[in-house]
Design a protein around this ligand. Structure first.
Ligand code: BGC
Length: 329
């Protein structure tokens, strides 16, 4: 903090600036696994907004490289930051990061990529802000349960619903659990499912479009629905479907995503995306910043979210369909 103040003062002297607002509150170093991610951009903006007037947050891009992120954490520690908030590139790297922050005596709040609980038992001063991945899987499955219940004619005569699935990054809790729980929800509702193709598109819209284009070429109208672990991949799939004449002249394909990003809400409005699940970037970002500040101050009074099992803040998901999407715009 002192170092930062003297740097700001030096800047004032060198540049002859007449008014510079000095940082209020603690200095927080924030690493985002990569800036080029639609959902994380929402979280990043929410962190900056929550920091206004209460903390000095420096947010850096880890460029999807764990080695780069480790260097950034060391830099924050060496520069005397009061606390860090980390969106890990690789969630199995959290123990290594916690070794560094505990040695420096500062708190770390992980967000969006959940530490592996068994790897964290040696550490105290860490938290995780995220959402229960299985909940989002169940909700995206429920959107399809509602669709096939309302449209039994969309189920093939043999009673088997054939799906393709675009998954997020392997190893990410959201990719793994959304994939499992969405199908489980449909099966629990009594439907019979068959996977035509399941593959990762790394949360990425272009990869989603490419995979869907290949699947349409391979399976054509055998595909009954598309499940995507996030909206960007769902939107990529919709582009591929549009190129094959879907969403015109009564040719429909139920596609579900997760996140409720602005472009996904647009797609819901135009009637191409069947539904999505709100992954609440605004509250996840705010909770991350406020929790880091509270942990730095050792004072959690007024912290507006519940802390579960001493470490976890869970932000709820919400189902978003044509019935309620205007509430989220
Ligand atoms: C979101 C994805 C995002 C990923 C980044 C997930 O929770 O649904 O859109 O790419 O987090 O880690």
């Amino acid at each position: 903090m002192k170092k930062l103040l003297s740097m700001v003062l030096a800047l004032v002297l060198v540049l002859g600036l007449s008014s510079v607002s000095l940082a209020a509150g603690p200095t927080i170093g924030v690493c985002v696994y990569k800036f080029d991610d639609t959902f994380m951009t929402g979280v990043r903006n929410a962190i900056s907004k929550a920091a206004e007037g209460i903390a000095e947050a420096q947010i850096v891009d880890s460029q999807n490289a764990q080695a780069t992120q480790n260097d950034q954490v060391i830099m924050f520690v060496d520069q005397g930051f009061d606390g860090v908030a980390i969106n890990p590139v690789d969630r199995t790297a959290c123990a290594e990061i916690s070794k560094k922050t505990e040695a420096a005596g500062i708190p770390v709040v992980y967000f969006n990529r959940e530490p592996i609980a068994e790897e964290m038992t040696d550490f105290d001063n860490w938290y995780y802000v995220g959402a229960k991945a299985e909940e989002s899987g169940t909700m995206s499955g429920q959107i399809l349960v509602d669709y096939f219940t309302a449209h039994p004619e969309a189920i093939p005569e043999d009673g088997v619903i054939r799906y393709v699935m675009l998954q997020g990054e392997p190893g990410h809790q959201d990719a793994e659990l959304r994939s499992i729980y969405s199908i489980k929800c449909l099966e629990d509702a009594g439907f019979t499912l068959e996977a035509l193709a399941v593959d990762t598109a790394h949360w990425n819209r272009i990869e989603g479009m490419e995979k869907m284009t290949a699947w349409l070429a391979a399976f054509g109208d055998k595909i009954d629905c598309v499940l995507a672990n996030n909206d960007d991949m769902a939107l990529g799939a919709i582009e591929a479907l549009k190129a094959e004449g879907y969403f015109t002249e009564g040719k429909f394909m139920p596609v579900v995503g997760v996140d409720a990003t602005a472009p996904a809400l647009e797609a819901l409005k135009e009637g191409t995306l069947l539904g999505t699940v709100l992954n609440d970037a605004a509250n996840q970002g705010a909770a991350t910043l406020l929790l880091t500040v509270a942990a730095v101050n050792g004072d959690f009074t007024g912290f507006p979210y519940e802390i579960v099992d001493d470490h976890y803040v869970w932000v709820p998901y919400q189902m978003v369909t044509e019935e309620n999407y205007t509430d989220f715009e």
